[in-house]
Design a protein around this ligand. Structure first.
Ligand code: APR
Length: 246
């Protein structure tokens, strides 16, 4: 086994309260594309801003088109070896929290407990009404969009919006607080499959490092925190996480 993996395994072995922070790269092995990897979504699309979504029909259609295009991969996805390795860590009693930027529900599907999971960017399973705040299933909303190409509406007449945090939209304070609390009280932070470039989410594992906790990064390619990490493992999360956490 390579030296850096061995050293990272020692850090994991010595830790009792592990924070795992995940991004899109943990789910590419399940067929869900990432955003900033070599073929990532933002290499060929522009993200729609929240303010534009709220104010413009054209932006609503553009965003729902993106969601409708990516929904089949989302529905077909099943947890992979990386999600399962994290769920297995929980069974040993040493997982403090999984803080994820992903909206794909795959940590939950792999068995990560709801009390252990913080979904910073919301859930892709639902759409929420901008007027009455009611939630409906994303499947229903996408079906409506695919039928007439119009932005879906709630029974109350309000516009539906995917229940995920868009660029320019404030994040839910409670989730952020849980995430930063976990960063304070963990004894090891591991970031997996994220470019660590989107704030405030990326500051969560960095907050642990800032108060002296060891920090391991598992990612294919560079991240914004490579210099801060104690150990950087460059490669596929599906291969590396079972080795690291098993
Ligand atoms: N194993 C390890 N790393 C991988 C794998 C893999 N199998 N596949 C891709 N990666 C890496 C990519 O090379 C990239 O560096 O994962 C990283 C994913 O980074 P991003 O695409 O930037 O995704 P993420 O960090 O989750 O993005 C944060 O930005 O677009 C918004 O709200 C969206 O939650 C998202 C946020």
């Amino acid at each position: 086994m390579p030296d850096d993996i061995q050293k990272a395994r020692e850090l994991v072995g010595n830790a009792g309260r592990i924070l795992v922070f995940t991004g899109a790269g943990v789910s590419t092995g399940s067929g869900i594309p990432d955003f900033r990897g070599p073929d990532g979504a933002w290499t060929h699309r522009e993200p729609v801003l929240y303010q534009d979504f709220v104010n413009s029909t054209r932006a609503k259609v553009e965003y729902w088109r993106y969601k409708a295009d990516t929904f089949p991969a989302f529905l077909a996805a099943a947890p992979n070896a990386a999600h399962r390795a994290i769920a297995a860590l929980e069974k040993t009693g040493r997982l403090l929290k999984v803080v994820t930027q992903n909206i794909d529900n795959l940590h939950r599907a792999a068995g990560t407990g709801p009390d252990r999971l913080v979904e910073l960017h919301g859930s892709g399973l639902y759409a929420e009404c901008l007027e009455c705040l009611n939630w409906v299933s994303m499947e229903t909303a996408i079906k409506s969009f695919n039928t007439d190409g119009a932005p879906p509406q709630c029974a109350c007449g309000g516009w539906l919006k995917p229940a995920v945090v868009m660029f320019g939209e404030p994040m839910e304070k409670e989730s952020l607080m849980k995430a930063f609390k976990a960063a304070e009280s963990c004894d090891l932070a591991i970031a997996v499959g994220s470019s660590l470039s989107v704030e405030p989410a990326a500051s969560v594992p960095l907050a642990a490092k800032a108060i002296g906790k060891p920090y391991i990064i598992v990612n294919q390619g560079p991240t914004a925190h490579d210099k801060a990490a104690d150990i950087k493992l460059d490669g596929d999360a599906c291969e590396l996480l079972p080795l690291l956490l098993g």
